[in-house]
Design a binder for this molecule. Structure first.
Ligand SMILES: Cc1cc2nc3c(=O)[nH]c(=O)nc-3n(C[C@H](O)[C@H](O)[C@H](O)COP(=O)(O)OP(=O)(O)OC[C@H]3O[C@@H](n4cnc5c(N)ncnc54)[C@H](O)[C@@H]3O)c2cc1C
Length: 390
């Protein structure tokens, strides 16, 4: 067995791990990262070309500083790697339902978004159904009771490129990467953390575990009780010809009366002639091992019939490609970022319940600040495990 010693080891190098590794390496620490695959890859929760980013984060006020800081970091990274990472095309959040409700009985998502935009002084416009149809005719089929929040500073990021950029820079800054190695055990004693894979034992003063949907398998209790893996499907439909869908379109989120009536999507990526649209499901749980990665023709047809044609104009039912991804969801759909309750010097970052990517660069920075300086500029206390204590 090979052994190696570091200041910090990061387990899992997807969205959260790549950001954490980069930020630690940037601060001059001797860091290692380990992943079962070779990130960026399409086996976890960070693939599929695009992720929405917005500052007025309707999920809650605790997220807003993270979203704002992450957008700044994407721009800093772009300058370093000379590649576009963040497309600022705007975001339109809409509630299109006669009876708008949020997930799990929480207040309406668009109303929350508008309230947070006002609270934090984020540039935005509040729109009613007539204004949405006039400004964005691609969403003409919207319900008459629709309520919208357009945030011009939002848009989308390119997840695979973001991960690649941070890992590349981390490596340049001296980080050691072990890929294609699955961590089998994490132990902590006498002020040292031991991370063991098939052929390697890494020891470090501290560890950060960002294992995404594999977190329960790797960490056991209490994470196995708290985290549910929910299969999600991404669809790319061909645009109509001649094009009706405008070239300059925002990313969008449409909230219906139930999870099954939500959908979200992205403007067409130039030259691709298709549009990525997805919905969310929370009713069926999977495990990483039994996740069905096939998308059937029936699924794609149902998605088009139920959500695409009812919300968006200018998109045909022809499926260009599809992908399966997973949300790893906590009971209240908020993040867990905290010390492991039994393993000293081990920090755990949950896979962030389907809305984490936009924050990942700032979460990595905040974790690095905590590990190096003892505290982070952005308060992460809202994401503590204590809220689930019996
Ligand atoms: C379909 C979909 C759409 C989404 N849309 C948005 C969006 O629009 N906006 C947004 O902000 N967020 C969005 N999200 C959420 C966001 O993408 C996730 O919160 C985020 O990518 C999770 O990152 P992660 O690092 O926790 O997980 P991952 O990126 O999956 O990384 C986990 C890593 O850990 C590695 N690993 C696991 N176990 C081990 C082990 N034992 N040993 C070694 N390595 C291991 C894996 O190989 C993997 O690389 C979406 C998610 C999905 C699935």
């Amino acid at each position: 067995m090979q052994t190696a010693e570091f200041d910090v080891v990061v387990v899992g190098l997807g969205a959260m791990g790549a950001a954490t590794l980069y930020q630690l390496a940037k601060r001059g620490l001797n860091v290692a990262g380990i992943d079962r695959f070779a990130p960026p890859h399409d086996q976890g929760s960070s693939h599929g070309d695009t992720r929405i980013t917005r500052q007025a984060v309707g999920e809650g006020a605790a997220y807003v500083p993270l979203a704002i800081r992450a957008q700044q970091i994407w721009r800093e990274l772009e300058a370093q790697v000379d590649e576009p990472l963040f497309e600022q095309c705007g975001v339109l959040v809409m509630t299109s339902s006669a009876a708008p409700t949020g997930q799990d009985g929480t207040p309406d998502f668009t109303a929350n978004t508008l309230a947070l935009a006002r609270q934090f002084g984020i540039e935005h416009e509040a729109l009613d159904a007539a204004q949405i149809r006039q400004r964005f005719p691609q969403f003409a089929p919207i319900h008459d009771s629709a309520l919208g929040c357009f945030e011009p500073g939002g848009g989308y990021v390119r997840p695979e490129r973001c991960i690649d950029a941070q890992l590349t820079l981390a490596r340049q800054l001296g980080a050691t990467l072990f890929t294609g190695e699955t961590v089998q055990a994490i132990a902590s004693d006498q002020g040292q953390v031991r991370v063991t894979s098939q052929g390697r034992c890494i020891t470090a003063a501290k560890a950060v575990v960002c294992a995404g949907m594999w977190s329960s398998q790797l960490l056991g209790a209490p994470f196995d009780e708290l985290l549910r893996v929910c299969r999600q499907t991404l669809y790319w439909y061909r645009l109509a010809e001649p094009a009706i869908f405008p070239e300059h379109s925002p990313s969008f989120i449409v909230h219906g009366a139930s999870d099954e009536q939500h959908c979200y999507g992205f403007p067409p990526i130039p030259g691709e002639g298709s549009m990525k649209i997805a919905t969310e499901q929370y009713s069926q749980a999977s495990t990483p091992d039994d996740l069905d990665r096939q998308v059937s023709a029936a699924q794609s047809a149902a998605m088009y019939h139920d959500l695409v044609r009812t919300h968006i104009a200018g998109v045909t039912p022809e499926l260009v490609k599809s992908a399966v991804c997973a949300y790893t969801v906590t009971p209240d759909a908020h993040f867990i970022i905290d010390q492991h309750p039994r393993l000293a010097n081990v920090t755990v970052v949950s896979a962030c319940s389907g809305h984490g990517f936009k924050h990942s660069a700032a979460i990595g920075e905040a974790l690095a600040q905590q590990l190096v300086d003892g505290r982070s500029e952005i308060d992460l206390s809202a994401f503590s495990l204590a809220r689930f204590a019996p």
